[in-house]
Design a protein around this ligand. Sequence first.
Ligand SMILES: NC(=O)c1ccc[n+]([C@@H]2O[C@H](COP(=O)([O-])OP(=O)(O)OC[C@H]3O[C@@H](n4cnc5c(N)ncnc54)[C@H](O)[C@@H]3O)[C@@H](O)[C@H]2O)c1
Length: 359
Amino acid sequence: MNKFEYMEKYGYEQIVYMYDRNSGLKGAICIHNTTLGPALGGTRVWEYEQEDDAILDVLRLARGMTKKAACAGLNLGGGKAVIIGNSKKLRSDTVRREAFWRSFGRYVESLGGRYITAEDVGTTPHDMSLVKMETNHVVGLPSTSGDPSPFTAYGVFKGIKASLKEVYGTGKLQGRCVAIQGVGAVGGHLARMLHDEGASLYITDMDMERCEEIAKETGATIVEPSKIYSVDCDVFSPCALGAVINNDTIPQFKCKIIAGAANNVLKDSDIHGPKIHEMGFVYAPDYVINAGGLINVYQELLGYDKEQALKKIDEIYDRVREIIRTARETNTPSYLVADRMAENRINMMRNINSIYVGK
Ligand SMILES: NC(=O)c1ccc[n+]([C@@H]2O[C@H](COP(=O)([O-])OP(=O)(O)OC[C@H]3O[C@@H](n4cnc5c(N)ncnc54)[C@H](O)[C@@H]3O)[C@@H](O)[C@H]2O)c1
């Protein structure tokens, strides 16, 4: 890939490559846009096949964070870190683990607060407490807001209810069926919330033990990973991987609504966003509906207050409804409505009078 062309096209500010021979740290931090505030985004540890896959991932994820913060009304920019490696192996080696995360913490510190890190796939609150030994630019710590996944799940839950309200005139879950792809940290909490409000569930996961555990708690029907797209349901909720809305899966869908936690679910937003819109699916844009975890960690910067965080996450309900309504009224794919919402806020703030305010 031509990285500078890509950075120019989407307006990136910075990429920092990290390498520490001693601990094996290898990855990159990307800062997409800091118009609204410091770039906040989690750190993902993943075994990428190619180095370029990791760079493309960090670029895409950082841009998603800019939009997520802008739409959620937070004073944050977008950034992300990816680390090439195996998180399970790293966790099992306690000596290397400390050096690894402290080395990463120093890179974060070197950015002077332009980038604030947190957990993502493959990282835990304990990893972040090791990062904290080297920098204050880290949130999602065990001592404060901790694991963001219950908050992300709560936001997705609200977004599903908002989508149901727009489609069926009521957000009630009784008598509704939701298919959840991936019952990990977010999907597991989501399954419990949906079950508690009376929804019936189909679930799938690569980890069958995890599936059985959640099915036991919620009465969900387990299906094989490849069958989840075609089950007869009201809502398909992707909570595992990105790029699952694509040419292969779209023809299989029997749902009316697509609303889940996974980032970048549209394989190619310019192709698959318009396609699902034309076919009449209601899509709750990923970075709008999955902002609960970000909203929660943002509270740490203000002085952590769980009630305030939950109140702000509740706003996802109205935001999703507004996006779906605008999409319908203007015959515009919902992902574009959300993109414009984010761009409007950033452009407005970028262009306010640059008057001298003294020091
Ligand atoms: N954790 C958060 O607060 C948060 C916030 C925003 C977005 N997200 C996104 O939500 C998604 C889930 O996050 P998480 O924290 O629950 O991750 P997780 O790793 O805890 O859970 C993901 C689950 O998906 C399963 N999975 C992977 N590939 C699969 C496949 N092909 N078919 C079925 N199952 C599969 C895994 O086995 C795992 O159980 C990710 O895409 C993440 O980027 C998470």
